[in-house]
Design a binder for this molecule. Sequence first.
Ligand code: SF4
Ligand code: SF4
Length: 164
Amino acid sequence: MEKIYLWNILKGMAVTFKHMFKKRPTINYPEQKRPFSQVFRGLHVLNRDAEGRENCTACGLCAVACPAEAITMEAAERLPGEEHLYREEKYAAKYEINMLRCIFCGLCEEACPKDAIYLSQTFAPANYGRKGFIYKKEDLLIPHPVKEPEAYQKALGEKAALKN
Ligand code: SF4
Ligand code: SF4
């Protein structure tokens, strides 16, 4: 029996048969998605207040706290008539994060005194070019809560909803 490998074939088939009735560990991604852990740190979001004004005051604390030096920004003064756009006198005219440098540690979120940045539960999609990983302010800013309430709620994600 050993010579014709019959025993080993039967043993192998028994293993296969056993696994046919087990719960599959794989899922049909991307149709099915696994829920992220509560502590998952993904793509950054620049926050607005309830009226849709940008929270960020371009203080630079997030950039100082960033161990990967991934954040760059330029500050600007709010002009009269722009009170509906920016919450405080200063705002970030330019804000960029280099996702190729970022290690998603979350220190920028912790350093921010204005609740202006948080790491969401989405990850940066793949890209062929380096430029595609430089996220500008327009890419990071959360949708307007009054003008686009559904998109705003979606962008908040579970993590931010738990925080509020
Ligand atoms: S998550 Fe960490 S590495 Fe990424 S931008 Fe924030 S502080 Fe820098
Ligand atoms: S995100 Fe927060 S810490 Fe960073 S510049 Fe804006 S207000 Fe300051």
